[in-house]
Design a protein around this ligand. Structure first.
Ligand code: ATP
Ligand code: MG
Length: 300
C-alpha cells in the first residue's frame, strides 16, 4: 500500500483495516511503499498503524516479491496455527464431557448395583439372625459384626459415588452442590468455609453447572494443597446474564507468574473449562494475605 494516497492516507487506511479485522480476528499483512515519507517518524507511524514492513522507494521488485512471499507464508502459518488451536480446544472440551458422562455412569452403577446388593445381603443376614436359636451367642455376635461391616461398606459406596458425581448437583442444582461441597471440604480439611449463595435460583444448564462445580472442586483442592490457609470465603452471585463464583483464601497468596504459567495445568484446566461458554477466570494473589479467584460465566 502506498503511504501517500489522495483523500485518505495510507496510515489511516491501515488503521481502518486493523479495526475491522479485530472483530473477525484476522490479520492481513500490510506493507507500506513510499517515495514521499522517508523520515523515521513516518516509518514509526507506519508500523504503529499495523504495517509488517515499510519500504522506501526506489523499489527492487525482487526484494518486494521475496518480502511478500515471506509475509504471505507467515500469514498462512498463523491461520493454520489458529485452526489447530481451535481444534485442540474442541477436542479437550469433548474429552472433558466424555469423562464427565463416564463418571455419571460409573457413579450410578456403583450406587445402584453395589448399593442394592449390599442392602440385599443385610436383609438376608437379618433374616438369618431372626431364625438363630436363642442360645447361639457366638453366631449372633458374628452376625452383628457382619452387619456393621455391611453398613460401613454401604457408606463407602455412597461416598465413592458422590465423589464421582454428587447427586445434589443433578437434583438441587449448582448453588446447593457448592454449599454441600464446601461443608464436605470443611469437615475433611478443617479449613473454615464461609459460603454466600444467591437467594434466587440460578439459571444454568447442566454443562455450565458441571463446569463451575468442577472448577470449584479444583480451587478447593488447591487451597488445601498449596495455600496454608485457615479460612475460605466462597460466594456465588447471579448478575445480569452471568453467574460469578469467587473463592478467596487467607493463605500464602499465589505468585503472579505461577498463576499464569503454562506449567500450571490445574489452573489452565480451570481457564479452559469456561472458554467454550465465553466465560473467564481472574486469579490474583497477595503474598502472605491470600488468593482470590473469580470465575465469570455467561448464563446463555
Ligand atoms: N490457593 C492457592 N494459594 C497459593 N498457591 C496456589 C493456590 N492455588 C494454586 N497455587 C499455586 O499454583 C500452582 C499451580 O496450581 P495448579 O492447580 O495449576 O497445579 P497443582 O495444583 O500443583 O497440580 P494439579 O495439576 O494437580 O492441579 C500450585 O502448584 C501452587 O504453587
Ligand atoms: Mg491444582
Amino acid at each position: 500500500m502506498d503511504a501517500r494516497m489522495p483523500g485518505v492516507d495510507g496510515f489511516e487506511t491501515a488503521r481502518l483495516i486493523r479495526e475491522r479485522e479485530r472483530k473477525r480476528s484476522r490479520h492481513t499483512p500490510i506493507i507500506f511503499l513510499t517515495g514521499a515519507y522517508e523520515d523515521a517518524t513516518s516509518v514509526i507511524r507506519g508500523y504503529e498503524a499495523g504495517a509488517v514492513d515499510y519500504i522506501v522507494k526506489p523499489l527492487r521488485p525482487e526484494i518486494l516479491k521475496s518480502k511478500v512471499a515471506v509475509f504471505v507464508d507467515l500469514y498462512r502459518k498463523n491461520a493454520d496455527l489458529r485452526t489447530s488451536q481451535q481444534n485442540l480446544r474442541t477436542l479437550a472440551s469433548h474429552l472433558q464431557s466424555v469423562r464427565e458422562e463416564e463418571w455419571i455412569r460409573i457413579a450410578r452403577e456403583i450406587h445402584d448395583q453395589l448399593g442394592q446388593a449390599l442392602t440385599g445381603l443385610k436383609m438376608d443376614l437379618t433374616w438369618i439372625v431372626n431364625r438363630l436359636p436363642e442360645d447361639s451367642q457366638l453366631l449372633r455376635e458374628k452376625a452383628h459384626s457382619m452387619t456393621v461391616l455391611i453398613d460401613a461398606t454401604l457408606g463407602s459406596v455412597r461416598q465413592l459415588a458422590s465423589r464421582l458425581r454428587p447427586e445434589v448437583l443433578d437434583q438441587l442444582g449448582l448453588a446447593a452442590a457448592i454449599d454441600w461441597q464446601a461443608h464436605e471440604f470443611q469437615r475433611r480439611s478443617g479449613i473454615r468455609c464461609n459460603v454466600s449463595l444467591p437467594t434466587e435460583a440460578l439459571q444454568l444448564d447442566k454443562d455450565r453447572s458441571t463446569a463451575v462445580f468442577r472448577i470449584f472442586q479444583e480451587l478447593l483442592t488447591n487451597v488445601a494443597r498449596h495455600a496454608n490457609a485457615t479460612r475460605i470465603d466462597v460466594a456465588v452471585r447471579s448478575e445480569s446474564h452471568e453467574v460469578v463464583l469467587t473463592v478467596e483464601d487467607n493463605g500464602r497468596g499465589i505468585d503472579h507468574e505461577v498463576a499464569n504459567s503454562p506449567k500450571s495445568l490445574g489452573l489452565m484446566g480451570v481457564r479452559e473449562r469456561v472458554l467454550p461458554f465465553g466465560g473467564h477466570v481472574d486469579i490474583a494473589g497477595v503474598r502472605g494475605k491470600g488468593t482470590a479467584v473469580r470465575v465469570t460465566l455467561p448464563t446463555a
